[in-house]
Ligand binder design. Structure first.
Ligand code: PRX
Length: 660
């Protein structure tokens, strides 16, 4: 056996890894006593998080739990998120880089913003937004790709106390319109387009189409990203050019508005069990404390770092761990506009090498793709600047974990597998990299102060080695406060399952994230995936009901059922089972129309991997579609129990169709 093969074999067998001593020595958190200390001192332990921020008014209570599940944190305190992410760093770090942006065309479009540059542009844009009429508490929607004006617009909103609602640029016009309507948002910041693999893409066309179906007036700001490559849309009377607005405000400074800790910082729409996306509300004090503390404790961010998370700011990962957490700590955060394989499959490693990135935080779907492409790509570059690796968004299988550990981290970087959700604001279950032993495939123990459990249907903890449901049995500062204008759905979706909803005692309230999980004898939690009707495609959450309603909207479709099937790179892929109306045939054209229908309603990310035409769907006697069976078929597994089916034969019929 060659040395290398021996090493691989050894690695394949190893199921736990201690943090490298070189990392522990310098870690922000390295005292294992922190777990006990937080336990003894809960909820006051969270003052540690709040103390990482600058407050205009000190809070007088850490947690107000008098009206569960409507918890309030750091009550009475006042602060401004933009001042915490920018102003307070100016004296010491004004000339240091805040945002390092890697854009396209490759090597031409990069831009560097020092903290002072960021301060100036955020102030100017904040003044421009005010001039347009944006007031405190007005929701400003952003529909933008990974360009620096996106975090600038977010921070400008935070400065004037206007909550932002960022809609992922890959979402469709219809998805934009639904979210703007739901939030009563009268302002939009968008751009003319962006580049993908070297080609300009029209974005304003899509934004305009969305605006056409918003039922109220909207003032928009449009960033000119493409210059001469732009598409010829022109700007209407209610559309303003970003550069002109900012130029008009050159040198203007805007006092950061002092916000109550519980005031909304932003809304983020996410998918749930019904077709209607949920507007998750995050607050200024609790959220910002949470993402700052976890960036420091888990990602080990230090001001002198160059931290790289190639996620998209259109999702929660980018909000918490590209923008707010890293900037609150005064570090250099990188933003990447392109795709990981353009111009070549070593693009990520080329960037790490060139900028001496110190952390790399990405989704398992990306790691599986890197693994498929091969170790030759990371091997082309010097990755020794990396100190820590992270994963987020979906379970990572031990093989991908070990590949990442060896070929990217050179066995010298701890890996943090971080479980959390849009709703939790920031990380909840994951190791502390300077303290915890790592077990590939398992996220680890709950963070200090977090009471996450794996329970059975009655809410009782399962034994080590068993599977059950994940619950969080105590509130935490970064938690969502409600669903926008829908307290009832908030209680119903997240609390009703395991709580005594008549009780006003906080101990009777349990948060249910709708994930299945198992726990081992050491208390390490492995999150297995969603137990609701949500699929997780490439680490992105999509509601099956939303996709189904898009499919049913296609002419000729009578009924549709969507499930997630396993996919070796995406994690899960969308499988659609479709019943057509009489007179329509399951032709290739019909299939294309369905795929297009989904892309138009939601976006390319929800594109079905397979469309299976079927005369019937497996249903229970009460008429409910048995999704579990459809999942088994999609995964080509042994079929589960079919005894409760009203129409058992249909399952075999569908299976045959899929195999054809
Ligand atoms: O199912 C869990 C999965 O992603 C869901 C949350 O999705 P979203 O709100 O879009 O946020 C993604 C980025 C935080 C969770 O309910 N998930 C997230 N992290 C992990 C995970 N599953 C397993 N392991 C993880 N580390």
């Amino acid at each position: 056996m060659s040395d290398n093969t021996e090493l691989e074999a050894h690695l394949a067998e190893q199921d736990s890894f201690d943090p490298p001593a070189s990392f522990v020595e310098q870690a922000n958190v390295s005292d294992p006593g922190i777990y006990e200390e937080f336990e003894q001192n809960w909820p006051d332990c969270w003052e540690r998080a709040a103390d990482l921020l600058d407050w205009n008014e000190p809070y007088d209570q850490v947690l107000d739990d008098s009206d569960p599940p409507f918890y309030e944190w750091f009550t009475g305190g006042e602060l401004n998120a933009s001042a915490n992410c920018i102003d307070r760093h100016l004296d010491e770090r004004g000339d240091e880089v805040a945002i390092e942006w890697i854009g396209e065309p490759v090597d031409e479009a990069n831009r560097t913003y020092t903290y002072r540059d960021l301060y100036e542009e955020v102030n100017e844009f904040a003044a421009a937004l005010r001039e347009l009429g944006v007031g405190e508490d007005d929701v400003v929607t952003m529909y933008m790709p990974m360009i620096p004006e996106l975090p600038i617009a977010m921070l400008a909103c935070a400065r004037i106390g206007a909550p932002h609602s960022v809609v992922f640029a890959g979402f469709s016009a219809e998805a934009l319109a639904t979210r703007m309507e739901s939030a009563d948002s009268e302002y939009l910041v968008t751009c003319d387009g962006y580049y993908r693999r070297g080609d300009p893409l029209d974005h304003l066309g899509k934004a305009n189409e969305g605006l056409d179906s918003v039922g109220h007036d909207v003032e928009s700001v449009v960033v000119d990203r493409l210059g001469d490559d732009g598409f010829d849309h022109g700007l209407s009377d209610s559309q303003h050019d970003y550069d002109e607005l900012v130029d008009e405000q050159a040198g203007t400074e805007v006092d950061p508005v002092s916000r109550d800790a519980e005031d909304m910082l932003f809304l983020m729409y996410t998918s749930g069990t019904t077709g209607q996306p949920k507007g998750v509300k995050h607050t200024t004090g609790g959220y910002l404390s949470w993402v700052t503390w976890t960036s420091r404790a888990v990602l080990d961010v230090k001001p002198e770092d160059t931290y790289f998370c190639p996620a998209d700011i259109g999702w929660i990962t980018g909000h918490s761990y590209i923008v707010y957490g890293p900037l609150a700590l005064g570090t250099t955060t990188m933003m990447y506009e392109g795709t990981p394989d353009y111009p070549e499959r070593d693009r990520m490693w080329e960037i790490v090498d060139e900028y001496d990135a110190t952390q790399f935080y990405t989704a398992p779907t990306a790691i599986r793709a890197f693994m498929k492409w091969g170790a030759e790509y990371p091997e082309r570059h010097d990755l020794s600047s990396l100190r820590l690796l992270g994963t987020v968004g979906e379970p990572i299988n031990p093989r991908a974990w070990k590949w990442y550990y060896k070929h990217v981290g050179d066995e010298a970087c701890p890996i943090v597998d971080t479980w959390w959700q849009t709703e939790t604001g920031g990380m909840m279950v994951t190791g502390l990299p300077g303290v915890s032993t790592m077990k590939p495939g398992s996220a680890g123990k709950p963070l200090p102060g977090v009471d996450a459990r794996v329970v059975n249907m009655d809410g009782d903890p399962v034994e080590g080695g068993q599977a059950g449901y994940l619950t969080v049995n105590r509130p935490w500062p970064g938690m969502l406060r409600t669903l926008y204008k829908n307290d009832e759905r908030f209680v119903e979706e997240y609390w009703a399952t395991y709580s005594d909803t008549d009780s006003t005692d906080s101990e009777d309230w349990v948060y249910f994230p709708e994930d299945g999980a198992k726990i081992d004898d050491d208390g390490y939690i492995t999150v297995l995936g969603r137990v609701d009707d949500v699929v997780n495609v490439s680490g992105h959450r999509l509601g099956t009901m939303e996709i189904e309603s898009a499919i049913v909207g296609v002419e000729g479709v009578a009924e549709a059922a969507v499930v997630g099937g396993e996919h070796d790179v995406k994690g899960e892929a969308v499988y659609a089972y479709v019943i057509l109306e009489d007179g329509y045939d399951g032709t290739e054209e019909m299939r294309e129309e369905i795929v297009e229908g989904v892309e138009d309603a939601i976006g390319p990310i929800a594109r079905p991997e397979a469309v299976v035409f079927t005369p019937e769907l497996p249903k229970t006697r009460s008429g409910k579609i048995m999704r579990r069976l459809l999942e088994d078929i999609a995964n080509d597994e042994e079929l589960g129990d079919t005894s409760t089916l009203r129409n058992p034969d249909v399952v075999e019929d569908i299976r045959v169709t899929v195999q054809d």
